[in-house]
Design a protein around this ligand. Structure first.
Ligand SMILES: O=C[C@H](O)[C@H](O)[C@H](O)COP(=O)(O)O
Length: 220
């Protein structure tokens, strides 16, 4: 059922895609359904990808994937999330792609999140918050994150950028904007999974029913 909901959310977001667009492809199991839907539709688009994995999936289906290093503006990005709340605050990065995802989101005219209902929360903060860290700065950044109140673990492996990920568990995040600023100010912390301003809309599917949350929509 969860996979079916991921697929429904992905297809709802893909309905926003128009021929000629440059589309940002996020990363993860939900985005895989969006990539599959774009391929199945034969969409006449170009894409940029936020991970090696998403680029490979898109190219395997015949989509054009441009090098983001040559791109400054993306029309629409579709990405997953680990948690999303009614403010359209999200935590991302369980798959370690949050640094590239945030850059592509920032370059995007519109960014939509797709998720099954398990990702919808009253207030983000229970999920681990991933922080991409220059390997040189591992212990220093871990210490600073602990000083901010997190239980910190070092993730195995490296990101597509060759860096490491520290997972910071805060349990709750009463002031997400202050935390985002504090983490961004740590030298060696290259990016983190708090998305507070980037998400314009979210398609969330719960037991076969897709709900769209739109930024600025008072009915949320
Ligand atoms: O780094 C990974 C990304 O932020 C994903 O978009 C996020 O973790 C959601 O992934 P999934 O759709 O597999 O739950």
């Amino acid at each position: 059922m969860r996979d079916e909901d991921k697929r429904l959310a992905a297809e709802a977001a893909v309905a926003e895609v128009r021929d000629g667009m440059l589309v940002g492809l996020g990363t993860g199991s939900t985005v895989a359904f969006a990539i599959a839907a774009l391929i199945a539709r034969g969409a006449r688009i170009e894409t940029v990808a936020t991970s090696i994995d998403s680029a490979a999936k898109a190219r395997a289906g015949g989509l054009v994937v441009r090098d983001f290093a040559d791109v400054a503006r993306v029309d629409l990005t579709i990405d997953g999330a680990d948690e999303v709340d009614a403010r359209l605050f999200a935590i991302k990065g369980a798959g370690g792609a949050m640094l590239r995802e945030k850059i592509v989101a920032a370059a995007s005219v519109r960014m939509v999140v797709i998720a099954d209902g398990s990702k919808r929360v009253a207030a983000i903060g229970a999920a681990k918050l991933p922080v991409e860290v220059l390997p040189f700065a591992r212990a220093f950044v871990a210490d600073r994150l602990a000083a901010l109140g997190a239980a910190v673990t070092v993730r195995d492996g490296v990101t597509d950028n060759g860096n490491i990920v520290l997972d910071a568990r805060f349990g709750a995040i009463p002031d997400p904007a202050a935390l985002a600023r504090a983490i961004a100010a740590i030298p060696g912390a290259l990016g983190h999974g708090l998305f507070l301003s980037q998400v314009d809309a979210a398609y969330i599917a719960d037991d076969g029913v897709v709900t769209r949350l739109e930024r600025g929509d008072a009915s949320r």
